[in-house]
Design a protein around this ligand. Structure first.
Ligand SMILES: [Zn+2]
Length: 198
């Protein structure tokens, strides 16, 4: 089977809002006893501190996705630094969790071979690992969520990386993904994947 002897980590970007979608995702993860990682925006943590705390209270990792969803590859060095640093600060002040990873919006400047020098420097100063993903669910594309056409695309992404044994799956905090997450988790298990702790 596709996932025999292989593992996945579930990750969710652009939270903690919308809060309704977040709460649904958290419930599904609780029901399935899964720990995931959430790459949040600093400005949303500031607006929705209780939602950010719920992520941490449930035992998930909360990580840095910039302050304002900026394109960090295009931004000036000082802006890259403040996008990362202010997000670190609001997450730590709000939740007590100190993020260890930055996933740049759009992956911009974060892929091996295309690393942005300002991003590398700011991440180093803040002790952040720059990460991207292995499987792009494209859950944000219409029709939003993880429906049949997305599942076919995800299956072929796994097949194309046949020698890889652990995968980070990119999703987003949004209603369609929250709705489809229970069936997606069931599909991953049916393919034989183990769902790992980040
Ligand atoms: Zn994003």
């Amino acid at each position: 089977m596709l996932g025999d002897g292989k593992s996945v980590v579930l990750s969710f970007d652009d939270g903690p809002a919308p809060v309704g979608a977040l709460e649904s995702i958290l419930q599904t993860l609780r029901d399935n006893q899964i720990k995931a990682e959430f790459y949040v925006l600093g400005n949303e943590v500031e607006l929705y501190p209780d939602a950010a705390r719920k992520i941490v209270r449930d035992g998930h990792d909360i990580q840095n996705h910039s302050w304002s969803h900026a394109d960090l590859a295009a931004a000036q060095a000082e802006d890259v630094r403040s996008e990362l640093e202010e997000t670190q600060n609001v997450i730590e002040d709000t939740t007590g969790f100190i993020p260890t990873k930055i996933r740049p919006p759009y992956g911009a400047g974060g892929f091996r071979g295309h690393l942005d020098a300002d991003l590398v420097e700011a991440a180093r100063e803040l002790s952040l690992e720059i990460v991207t993903w292995d499987i792009d669910t494209e859950d944000w594309k219409a029709p939003q969520g993880l429906g049949p056409e997305k599942i076919r695309n995800i299956e072929s992404q796994f097949a194309q990386q046949s020698r890889k044994t652990s995968f980070n799956i990119l999703m987003h905090v949004q209603p369609g993904t929250a709705r489809d997450l229970p069936s997606f988790i069931a599909q991953l298990k049916e393919w034989g994947f183990t769902i790992a702790v980040p």
